[in-house]
Design a protein around this ligand. Structure first.
Ligand SMILES: NC(=O)c1ccc[n+]([C@@H]2O[C@H](COP(=O)([O-])OP(=O)(O)OC[C@H]3O[C@@H](n4cnc5c(N)ncnc54)[C@H](OP(=O)(O)O)[C@@H]3O)[C@@H](O)[C@H]2O)c1
Length: 276
């Protein structure tokens, strides 16, 4: 990406920090990164920690910006867009929204139908550079701008495009909420390990390293997860006994119901947030 572009983050909280950290790691010049936040402490901290330019004025931040990343909570988004709209209408930067559940049609209604908007759905591991982000571009987004958006999100993990925005609800249910499912499974395994007599430290370390190791293996392998599972479940062995118990109790149906419910809730919330 051209490193002369002014990139402005509106909202300098957790996600903005992680994306800015990713850009700096990719050697994007700090002098071309701006952030604005209503909270003066956030501005002072992020400028001291990262050396970027900060301001309490959103309008100063977007002034002359080539890319504007909207990084406030979803419920703040309508008001923020309305504040920025007169300015954005003139300057027409690429707008990237990272807010969960705000659809592009709502953004277009708030900031104008011809704006180049990329809606993204990142997840929490972005905070440690291991995120999974889906991106959706409106018609006004050129190939060059798609690449710019992708570079910013790829700096904190994997980034992939969807052509149909309605997939975002399934993505929210899968990778948006996904870290919580894995945390729950690890919480359960750790607790059971302790109940079986392991020390909390041992149960925790073995659980987390096993989760990490299994993920690393799956990412590096050409085999799919079902085959990897079969290969560690020898007939008549210990793992097979445990897996059979989980499948007998319909663990797949349970996850299916959970994700379908999550997708329905994502649709409900997007309808609600997009109303204003
Ligand atoms: N954290 C994640 O892992 C994650 C994952 C996926 C998506 N997201 C999305 O990322 C967005 C940001 O999340 P976050 O966790 O970074 O939130 P956050 O830490 O609360 O940061 C948002 C910042 O924006 C400030 N702010 C609020 N209204 C503002 C306005 N009108 N103008 C300028 N600044 C304003 C807030 O100040 P105050 O605190 O004073 O309100 C806060 O400092 C959300 O939309 C969320 O859906 C986050």
């Amino acid at each position: 990406m051209n490193t002369d572009l002014k990139i402005s983050f509106i909202g300098a909280g957790n996600m903005a920090r992680s994306l800015i950290g990713g850009l700096l790691n990719d050697h994007y010049p700090a002098k071309n990164i701006w952030a604005s936040d209503l909270n003066a402490q956030q501005c002072t901290k992020i400028s001291a920690d990262m050396g970027i330019i900060t301001t309490s004025s959103n309008l100063d931040a977007v002034d002359g910006a080539n890319i504007v990343v909207l990084a406030v909570k979803p419920q703040m988004m309508a008001d923020l867009c309305r504040e920025l709209e007169p300015h954005l209408r003139q300057s027409k930067p690429l707008i990237i929204s990272i807010a969960a559940g705000i659809r592009s049609d709502a953004l277009q209604r708030w900031i104008g139908p011809s704006q180049a908007i990329v809606r993204t759905m990142p997840n929490t591991p972005s905070l440690v550079g291991s995120g999974a982000t889906a991106l959706f571009a409106t018609d006004a987004v050129s190939d060059e701008r798609r690449q710019q958006a992708e570079s910013i999100l790829r700096a904190v993990g994997v980034a992939l495009w969807v052509n149909d925005e309605s997939e975002m609800d399934a993505i929210t249910a899968l990778s948006g909420c996904g870290p919580a499912y894995f945390f729950l499974v690890m919480e359960i395994l750790q607790n059971i390990g302790e109940k079986m007599g392991l020390s909390p430290e041992t149960a925790r370390l073995l659980t987390l390293q096993t989760g990490y190791g299994a993920t690393k293996m799956a990412l590096e392998s050409e085999l799919d997860c079902a085959e990897l599972r079969r290969r560690v479940s020898s007939p008549g062995g210990v793992t097979e006994r445990a897996i059979d118990k989980l499948l007998d109790k319909n663990i797949d149906n349970l996850f299916s119901e959970a994700l379908i419910t999550a997708r329905e809730r994502s649709i409900e919330l997007a309808n609600l947030l997009g109303k204003s």
